[in-house]
Design a binder for this molecule. Structure first.
Ligand SMILES: [Cu+2]
Length: 305
């Protein structure tokens, strides 16, 4: 387990604040920029409500929202959302989110979670078992090559619950990323390499591969954000899932997979290490690459066997 100590924490904060952030803004994310200075100008309120209509062409949801104490009484109004949330929204769905009052009186929602009690119960139960498992394992929580991957259940980019059982009989290539990662050589590069593996594994005749990227930043990376992330990169999600879920569950997975994270002072940027794992059909960890220097073939060769 002390292998972890050899990792290098990449200090991204300075870099990011020096102007790297601009690179990760995209047109369709106008209302969820990671520009720290700008965020302070916005007014934010937690909000709950129900989707009355999905206004695709306006990029907005019509929401019957509950009272926001000290700010707004209950009413039905329009909110701008990002393209992923728009794609996942269904008429009648309950949601919780953060309302943002932007300058110019434009209202938008971020951190949107569409509520589904049955799904939430499943994810919460899995998070509870994972918590217990992590604390029982204690200092031995880190899973070495040769050990099985832990059980978990998280939400994918479509808001559906994905549990480890779904991958039984599949080879899994797994890593951790976050959508706002401002360092080109870290998460954005990892995602490109995962995409390259997806392509070359297919070309090599590997038919039972599932690629899985779990967010390091579940507070921000909702299913809708991950949907936006996948779609904007043209990722084929047929066997490539982006997962998010309860913060506690993610933390336990990071512990078990030996990935270190640290939030910077403004809490919006994470410093983190990188780990990419290959898990076989029996759920056993068979290969692991730390850092970003691994090669596509290194993994594909192991998948072919
Ligand atoms: Cu990153």
């Amino acid at each position: 387990m002390f292998k972890m100590l050899g990792f290098t924490l990449v200090l991204v904060a300075t870099l990011a604040l020096a102007g790297g952030l601009g690179a990760c803004k995209r047109a369709d994310q106008g209302n969820m920029t990671v520009d720290v200075a700008g965020e302070q100008d916005l007014k934010r309120h937690p909000i709950t409500g129900r989707v009355v209509a999905v206004l695709k062409e306006r990029g907005a949801l019509l929401v019957d929202h509950d009272e926001i104490p000290g700010f707004m009484s209950r009413m039905t109004m329009e909110f701008f959302v990002n393209s992923g949330d728009l794609a996942l929204a269904k008429e009648g769905a309950k949601l919780r989110a953060v309302l943002i009052e932007e300058e110019g009186g434009r209202f938008s929602l971020e951190k949107v979670w569409f509520e589904d009690p049955a799904a939430q119960a499943m994810v919460a139960a899995a998070a509870g078992s994972l918590r217990q498992d992590t604390s029982i394992r204690g200092r031995g929580a880190y899973r070495e090559i040769g050990e099985n991957l832990p059980d978990f259940a998280l939400y994918n980019q479509d808001g559906a619950v994905v549990s480890v059982a779904k991958f039984r009989g599949k080879q899994i290539m797994l890593n951790f990323i976050f959508s706002r990662c401002p360092v080109a050589t870290m998460c954005p590069a990892s995602t490109l390499k995962m995409m390259a593996v997806q392509t070359s594994a297919k070309a090599a005749g590997v038919t039972n591969l599932e690629l899985v990227s779990i967010t390091l930043d579940p507070e921000y990376d909702t299913p809708g954000i991950l949907k936006t992330y996948a779609v904007s990169r043209g990722i084929d999600t047929i066997n490539f899932s982006f997962l998010t879920g309860p913060e506690r569950a993610i933390k336990d997975l990071l512990t078990q997979f030996g990935v270190l994270t640290e939030a910077t002072r403004d809490e919006s940027i994470l410093k983190h290490t990188l780990a990419t794992l290959l898990i076989n059909e029996q759920g056993r960890i068979v290969w692991r690459a730390d850092g970003s220097a691994w090669l596509t073939d290194e993994f594909v060769e192991k998948m072919k066997r």
